[in-house]
Design a protein around this ligand. Structure first.
Ligand code: AN7
Length: 359
């Protein structure tokens, strides 16, 4: 028998912990199995003795953590005989839904806020050939419409109100514990619709209950200042942030996110767009890891709470980097506009001078 083991996605890896049977047709793009990368330079810059890992979910097949939930949601939709899926999205869910629908050979409809999703996400969704419905409204309005239309049309909702999404996404917590041999002391992540914090907490609890590990992390949920309903303690009607992925004011997983915070002894906090972009740049510049703005909210929060001592020295911290920086080239180029590249003559002399000038 061959000793090679070809990784074929998170449903196969964790099938004992997921709602599939031996004859379920699995719709997968080999998602999951993402790297847990230890930061080497940022802890030193902070001057604190902490161990920080990032779970780089931007390396999933469509470039975000949504693939974990979508492999499960589309697998179950197909198993139940559905011919079409639908979602509202700030961009990443639409890309994942479109890709997994293409893989399954079914139709995807996506409602997106016009002009408010990053370019890479739009490009993907177009290429995977979803039907894009742009609305003059935000994610929350799109979500409300999706819930209404799904009652009157033969479409399966694949937003994280679909419980299979949460089941798929909980596997990220399994992978972290399987990699480390224990759960981190703190788990930091960006919070938008709050499906992911719900999913991680479910995964960590499941592993602790089954004694795969004997600890559970404190859950730290970080939001953009202009879209921080969990910090406000109430829903927000006009969310605004440059981190368009988390431009959400009415999170669907409201109760379960509060449960994660309370049961884990964690907290919510909010960060300005400038703080989020600064964290995104630091991660790129000092660690070589390029995530999208929303994802950097996790590191912005971790850094603040490490520096203040809220997260004490000696801690092991995992930050989820939910999406790839290549999703949103526009905000990156804009942020680095001051350092825009110079153009010179195509001559050896000119290139040499350019190098010597900046050494
Ligand atoms: C990069 O794609 O809601 O708190 O429609 O794309 O589970 O919603 C995206 C959310 C964080 C927030 N980081 O996660 C969508 C969508 C990135 C994201 C979040 C999203 P949740």
């Amino acid at each position: 028998m061959s000793t090679h083991k070809h990784y074929t996605g998170l449903i196969e890896r964790y099938r004992d912990r997921l709602p599939v049977s031996a004859d379920t047709r699995i719709i997968s793009l080999n998602e999951g199995n993402t790297p847990l990368i230890q930061l080497q330079n940022i802890p030193r810059l902070l001057g604190k003795d902490v161990t920080i890992y990032v779970k780089f979910e931007g390396l999933n097949p469509t470039g975000s953590f949504k693939d974990r939930g979508m492999t499960m949601a589309v697998t179950k939709a197909v198993e139940e005989g559905s011919r079409a899926i639908i979602c509202a999205s700030t961009g990443n869910t639409s890309a994942a839904a479109a890709a997994y629908a293409a893989r399954a050979g079914i139709k995807a409809f996506v409602l997106i806020p016009e002009g408010k999703i990053a370019q890479g996400k739009l490009a993907q969704t177009l290429m995977y050939d979803a039907t894009i419905i742009q609305i003059n409204g935000n994610f929350d309005q799109g979500m409300a419409l999706v819930k209404e239309v799904a009652e009157q049309a033969p479409v399966t909702i694949v937003n994280s109100i679909n419980p299979y999404r949460i089941d798929g996404q909980k596997t990220a917590a399994f992978e972290i514990v399987d990699d480390l041999g224990f759960a981190p002391n703190y788990h930091c992540l960006p919070v938008g619709n709050a499906g992911n914090i719900t999913a991680y907490w479910k995964g960590y609890k499941e592993y602790a209950t089954d004694r795969v590990c004997n600890n559970r992390p404190v859950m730290c949920g970080y939001q953009a200042a202009g879209a921080a309903p969990f910090v406000a303690g109430k829903m927000i009607d006009n969310p605004e942030t440059i981190a368009t992925a988390i431009r959400i004011g009415h999170p669907q997983s409201w109760e379960s996110a509060w449960a994660a915070q309370k049961e884990s002894g964690g907290w919510f906090d909010k960060f300005t767009d400038d703080q989020i972009l600064a964290a995104q740049k630091m991660l790129s510049q000092y660690e070589g890891i390029f995530c999208e703005p929303a994802s950097a909210t996790s590191l912005a929060g971790a850094m603040q709470d490490i520096v203040s001592g809220t997260i004490p020295e000696g801690s092991t911290i995992v930050c989820t980097l939910t999406g790839n920086g290549l999703k949103d080239p526009g905000s990156a180029i804009k942020q680095c506009a001051a350092a825009h590249p110079v153009t010179i003559d195509a001559s050896l002399d000119a290139v040499k001078r350019a190098i010597l000038d900046s050494l």
